[in-house]
Design a protein around this ligand. Sequence first.
Ligand SMILES: Cc1ncc(COP(=O)(O)O)c(C=O)c1O
Length: 390
Amino acid sequence: MTNRFDLSNVRSEFPITKRMLYLDSAHQTPLATSVRAALRNFYSEGHDMAGPKPVWLKRAEQTRQHVAKFLNALPSEIAFTKNTSEGLNIAANAVPLSAGDNVLMIEGDHPNNAYAWLNLKRKGVEVRFIKLTAEVATAATFAPHVDARTKVISLSHVTFHAGHRHDIASIGELCKQRGIYLVVDAMQSVGVIPVDVKKLGISVLAAGTHKGLLVPQGLGIMYVKSGLDELQPAYLAMSGLANPPADYIARTEDLELRKDAGRFEIGNLNLPDLHALSAAIDLIGGVGVAKIEEHVLSLGDRLIGHLDELGIRLVGPRTRQHRTHIYVLDLPVDEWVDYLARNQVRVSPERDGIRISFAMFNTLEDVDQVAEIIRRGLSAKRTPVAAQAG
Ligand SMILES: Cc1ncc(COP(=O)(O)O)c(C=O)c1O
């Protein structure tokens, strides 16, 4: 059952749905009309009145509250960044690590996560890549690799390359028992499935906002669990200080940092995108993220049914609780991306096949249509003179 919210209303927010079969939200969100309106308002205010900036900053703080609520965090646990990579790099440089310590990761996870930690090799920190042998990663995946020098486990909540939805809660429990920081890249999960940082036992979460959170590139969110005061920022601007000098003259004596996650923010924020994020969270909240999750899973159920009929292997997990909105089809990338583009279907080439990804605006009819287009493509390949595009 998928129509538990008003899909036609949602689709009207995304006019792209009238022009093509958009199955690529794990790559790039199409801009929603209400999010574009928020950006337009911001630019008009800048154009007509140059702000006023205090009003913009007040709204940014309201957006921080929205984000906090969305993640079941406190506003003081939220920092704004540029993107996922920045959040992960902030985490990698904030955790107290010394030569001989190790960080556990899943082999093949997003390179922007891996490189943040691999960059610590020059300090003698070891990154251990663990092969995924189960359908998704759980505590059991990591437990045999934990030793006295394991300080961090860092992984994606949902993988971009095959749609694994790792069991973060069990990994969080392991981290709690063993005194390990759990750092999570939530780029592919936030806005699509509920993310409760407390239930999941996350120490630091990083995500960009240009996928499930429906905002153009350039804004990231970061959760830093309160009480982790030993996490220190590698960079410092006035905004990170507990007592910023009212006269704007930096002095050597008072360098006390803010206690909240704001200590990781550096200078001015991406105010236009923060306005967009507020509108996006309203849109997502209006539908309900649990409903979005159920919706994309139902679309996945339908797609898997078609794939089975067509004899196409799904690269990632089939089990409902192990997947979300990302489905990779074991088809040769070069031929199929072109073929689908010629048929007005937008998907992504991925390392193991063609990636279809769903969003709140996709429908069961979208799934049936893409399956039909694929079926035609397959029969054209079997009988070479038969139809190509359209
Ligand atoms: C899991 C994951 N992490 C990170 C990124 C991108 O990192 P950034 O937001 O720094 O560009 C992506 C995709 O763009 C992703 O799918």
